[in-house]
Design a protein around this ligand. Structure first.
Ligand code: ZN
Length: 137
């Protein structure tokens, strides 16, 4: 089951500059910075009420974020939805013929298991599903 929007991911060129920018917008600082080495990204997170915003900066040229910025520029990169059982969602959505970018959930930022659905199969929106890692590894 998909519960709610967990966060919205925004691709940025320079996370330091963008942290300052979003601090001004939200009136408060980010609450964490985390590098996800296997994804080639550095992330920072802001809490806005019950919502979260994730900024993503590429840490190398092969990073999906580097490629995204090259073709589309900075901006909204993905919408992440919280799920209870990510494996069940992967097999459900595969049966519905969505293109799942990774067969097995990966370890993402913020202590989550994550999977992405290819935007080709989702009206151009990169969708991330994420599950908290506390109840299931
Ligand atoms: Zn995300």
């Amino acid at each position: 089951m998909i519960n709610k929007i967990e966060h919205i991911g925004i691709a940025v060129k320079d996370i330091k500059t963008s942290n300052e920018l979003f601090e001004k917008i939200f009136g408060k600082p980010h609450y964490k910075i985390e590098e996800v080495e296997n994804e080639g990204v550095k992330t920072s997170f802001f809490k806005v009420g019950i919502n979260k915003i994730e900024l993503l900066e590429a840490t190398n040229e092969d990073s999906p974020i580097a490629k995204f910025i090259k073709t589309k520029g900075e901006g909204i990169h993905h919408i992440a939805f919280e799920v209870d059982d990510i494996e069940a969602e992967i097999s459900r959505l595969k049966k519905e013929e969505f293109i799942v970018l990774n067969e097995k959930p990966k370890i993402g930022a913020d202590n989550k298991l994550i999977v992405f659905l290819h935007p080709k199969s989702t009206n151009g929106v990169l969708i991330e599903l994420c599950q908290e890692r506390t109840n299931k590894e």
